[in-house]
Design a binder for this molecule. Structure first.
Ligand code: HEC
Ligand code: HEC
Length: 428
């Protein structure tokens, strides 16, 4: 039955999402042995294209994105359990500040278990879409979702506003930024129940619902302002690129030779940079890498489902609560088209801070970096070509034979994308 449905989607889909930016040209000279710590062209330019951005991109959909008072309020809200349904969890429960902003669990524990791995929030403002399936097009829109998600904090927008009204340090900061809260009398207990709007909420006038929604979106905008300050610490690779840029051979020589060889494989032979490109080591796009989904449930629809949710969501960048509803970001969302090729495609994740953020991949299905590398090189744990939906998978992912030494080098390179102080992976 499911298969028939899938086939009909295949027939219906005709319009494509605009193609991702062109991939960097393959480096011709990458198989040459490395001469010294400063790289020769074309490796040098390719490597330097991975330098960290000085600041996250401007977010015009959030007028308060860089407002210091919003950052302060957001920091308080991020770890405030009062935003959850039973007062027991906050954003920091799953994005733990002492654990690289992840929970380290395969499936995070909210009210129920959720089948997606918790991503780190280091540098999170640098993405173009948020969530493994990109169902959020701004950080503030994202922040509102876990609060009301049954599987995460199981809270409610009305509960959040009441909590704010009853907590003077939050209320003062809120009023200073956004003006007074709407009148909270004569309201139902909840706006959302089991993921659906309650009848009592829908019975309120549209004006009333709008003013309450607006206050709720202010909460998201304050949390997002705080999240923009979550910049990960500099990594050995970042130091190395600085040295390469300045042509400082002494500083560059501090970067281990094995990691340098791994970088060469990443840019050349293994072509990881085709997708893990730019300052985030992510092209910001969605690909089906052919991973087998763990667990019992049907395969995750990935980007296909993400687009469906985003296009109709009232809190999207093009919606009435956005501060730039006609802007470039909104336009990008409005132009999205669903296509079966996006079925099972997930956003290319950043590769910084992998050490200490295991497990990997959207379903947390890979326990360590060696498994990830074997997945790419030997296609270990991948769906066989031609099986299931993989006819839509990435054609560019084919077996790459790496020697044990090359595999180790690639892993050393991936580890050098984490800060030194991070805790080692279990099999180190
Ligand atoms: C129960 C655990 C849990 C809680 C609580 C939680 N998160 Fe998450 N968070 C996740 C998981 C799992 C994902 C991945 C979801 C997906 O992609 O479908 C995620 C994704 C995100 C992302 C997207 C990251 C990216 O790289 O795209 C952001 C931002 C985020 N969370 C912020 C927050 C904020 C802010 C809060 C509090 C309002 C919060 N989270 C509460 C588990 C949690
Ligand atoms: C076709 C695009 C593409 C190529 C080429 C590619 N990746 Fe990925 N990578 C992805 C996507 C998409 C994901 C997320 C897949 C998922 O979770 O289902 C991912 C996930 C990962 C992860 C897990 C990160 C995390 O936080 O969970 C690592 C590590 C990784 N890739 C490393 C590499 C390496 C090393 C190479 C080269 C051997 C490579 N990738 C080549 C697209 C690509």
């Amino acid at each position: 039955m499911k298969f028939i449905w899938f086939l009909s989607l295949l027939l219906l889909a005709t319009v494509q999402e605009p193609p991702p930016p062109p991939n960097p040209p393959p480096a011709a000279a990458t198989e040459e042995p490395l001469q010294g710590p400063l790289l020769a062209e074309p490796l040098r330019s390719l490597a330097l294209s991975l330098r960290r951005a000085a600041a996250p991109p401007v977010d015009r959909t959030n007028r308060y994105a860089d407002h210091p008072a919003a950052v302060q309020l957001g920091a308080l809200l991020f770890s405030d359990r009062g935003l959850s349904g039973d007062g027991k969890s906050s954003c920091a429960t799953c994005h733990r500040p002492d654990q690289q902003l992840v929970d380290g669990k395969t499936h995070p524990r909210g009210f129920n278990q959720i089948p997606r791995d918790t991503p780190t929030l280091h540098d999170v403002a640098g993405h173009r879409w948020w969530g493994w399936d990109g169902r959020w097009d701004s950080l503030w829109m994202q922040a509102l979702s876990p609060i009301e998600e049954v599987d995460e904090m199981a809270g409610d927008r009305l509960l959040v506003l009441r909590h704010l009204a009853a907590t003077p340090p939050l209320l003062q900061r809120y009023q200073q930024l956004f003006g007074s809260l709407p009148d909270l009398s004569a309201l139902p207990e909840k706006a959302i129940k089991g993921g659906e709007p309650t009848a009592e909420w829908l019975a309120l006038s549209q004006t009333r619902r709008r003013e309450l929604n607006r206050a709720f979106t202010h909460i998201g905008k304050a949390i997002a302002a705080y999240e923009r300050t979550l910049r990960g610490p500099s990594t050995p690779f970042d130091h190395y690129l600085e040295a390469v840029a300045k042509e400082d051979a002494v500083a560059a020589a501090e970067y281990p030779i094995s990691a340098r060889r791994g970088l060469q494989i990443f840019l050349g032979k293994a072509q990881c940079i085709r997708c893990h490109s730019g300052s985030m080591l992510s092209d910001g796009e969605f690909h089906d890498t052919g991973i087998l989904t763990s667990g019992r449930t049907a395969r995750d629809a990935g980007r296909y489902g993400g687009i469906q949710e985003l296009r109709i969501h009232p809190f999207r960048s093009g919606g009435e609560y956005s501060d730039d509803s006609q802007g470039a970001r909104a336009g990008r969302t409005e132009r999205l088209q669903r296509d079966v090729a996006q079925w099972g495609a997930f956003r290319t994740p950043s590769l910084r801070y992998l050490v200490g953020t295991a497990p990997y991949f959207h379903d947390g299905g890979m326990a360590d970096l060696r498994s990830v590398v074997r997945f790419y090189t030997w296609r270990q744990g991948a769906r066989p070509t031609g099986a299931g939906h993989s006819h839509q998978g990435e054609t560019m992912l084919t077996r790459i034979s790496l020697t044990r030494q090359e595999e180790d080098d690639l892993i050393h390179f991936l580890e050098s994308l984490s800060a030194r102080e991070s805790s080692p992976t279990p099999d180190d």
